[in-house]
Design a protein around this ligand. Structure first.
Ligand code: DAH
Length: 344
């Protein structure tokens, strides 16, 4: 029996010497030391031994077992180490390789300018109101003192969905919606940003769809001087503290009196250049004191309250602010154009 054990040791150690994978190693463990393995098989014969032989053989069997186990353990450790080394090798980083450049997005210049405008007015205590782009004729025209067949409707040629529903031509209908929602309460101090639509052929200064920001203030004793002060504050925050404004009399059916507002030319600071056609001024928005009829239709008593309103085109402000010569740049998504505003 002793010889068989010794032979088993020799055989096992020889086989283990050749082992090439963790799987094979495991197979050998089962083959020699497993419950149905070779060693157990031999030890089954222990019952037939004499009392003196038994401990001797037992000792030999233990020696054999532990010799085999030692080799298996060390082989296993070697496999583990080799695997770790392979993994490290496969994961090596060449830190001298050039990096991959990540393309980063940026806010679109129009959104940027709109946000800046909004920030100025939010700083002045305004809140933001919104309304639908598909609008009723009533809100877009009628309640703004532009009854059917009013000639001023021609200035805003429109896309009609039905006779009474159209793509809004300006953000002014949100004035009416805000007044109605406020149910006669004061004060109102809102700006209304959004897209508007007109039946225009696209060119360097026109687009069938563009963005406006409307402003509306209603309260007791609101005067034209409040409007002027507000617009000066706005213009100086947008274009710099040296910027000035001038108001020219104008006409809008929803305001009385109405004015058009110019800002000192951003290019020549007022001395006259091609951009301002040598006037020193650039037109930036329309405004006025809310017409009594508009107040009435909005649910307010023109004897009790007064208000001012203004409306500006975001594209126009952006063109002036950045010295851009064609409105179509904003819509054609040329990354060479858009990229210039990434860090401004
Ligand atoms: N709605 C006008 C337009 O689209 C702009 C405008 C002018 C708005 C005067 C106003 C205003 O609120 O008072 O051209």
């Amino acid at each position: 029996m002793k010889e068989r054990l010794e032979q088993l040791r020799t055989e096992a150690l020889q086989e283990l010497e050749q082992v090439g994978s963790p799987q094979q190693l495991n197979d050998l463990r089962v083959k020699y030391l497993g419950k149905k393995g070779a060693l157990t098989e031999i030890l089954r014969g222990m019952g037939g031994l004499s009392a003196e032989e038994r401990p001797v053989i037992g000792q030999v069997a233990n020696d054999v077992r532990s010799a085999i186990e030692t080799v298996i353990d060390s082989k296993q450790e070697a496999f583990r180490e080799a695997e770790t080394n392979n993994r490290l090798l496969a994961e090596t980083l060449d830190v001298t390789l050039p990096g991959k450049k990540l393309a980063s997005g940026a806010i679109h210049p129009l959104n940027k300018v709109a946000q800046e405008i909004e920030d100025v007015f939010i700083g002045l205590g305004y809140t933001i109101a919104e309304g639908p782009e598909v609008e009723e004729d009533y809100y877009n025209f009628e309640a703004l003192n532009l009854p059917k067949n009013h000639p001023a409707r021609d200035m805003q040629d429109s896309f009609y969905v039905t006779d009474d529903i159209l793509m809004r031509t300006h953000t002014s209908p949100v004035q009416v919606r805000t007044m109605k929602a406020m149910n006669g309460q004061t004060p109102i101090k809102v700006i209304c940003p959004g897209k508007v639509y007109r039946r225009d052929d696209d060119d360097a200064t026109h687009s069938f769809q563009f963005n406006q920001i409307e402003g509306l203030v209603i309260g007791k004793n609101i005067r034209m001087s409040d409007l002027k002060g507000t617009l000066l504050q706005f213009v100086q925050q947008m274009f710099g503290s040296q910027a000035q404004i001038r108001l020219r009399p104008s006409f809008f059916p929803f305001t009385e009196p109405s004015a058009e507002v110019d800002v000192t030319c951003v290019q020549c600071a007022g001395s006259g250049c091609r951009m301002c056609k040598h006037t020193g001024w650039l037109e930036i928005l329309g405004c006025g004191m809310v017409h009594p009829r508009v107040l009435e239709m909005g649910g307010y008593d023109p004897e009790e309250v007064s208000g001012f309103a203004f409306g500006m085109g975001v594209e126009r402000i952006a063109l002036l602010k950045y010295g851009i010569d064609d409105i179509r740049h904003f819509y054609t998504n040329d990354l060479r154009f858009l990229g210039q505003f990434a860090r401004m």
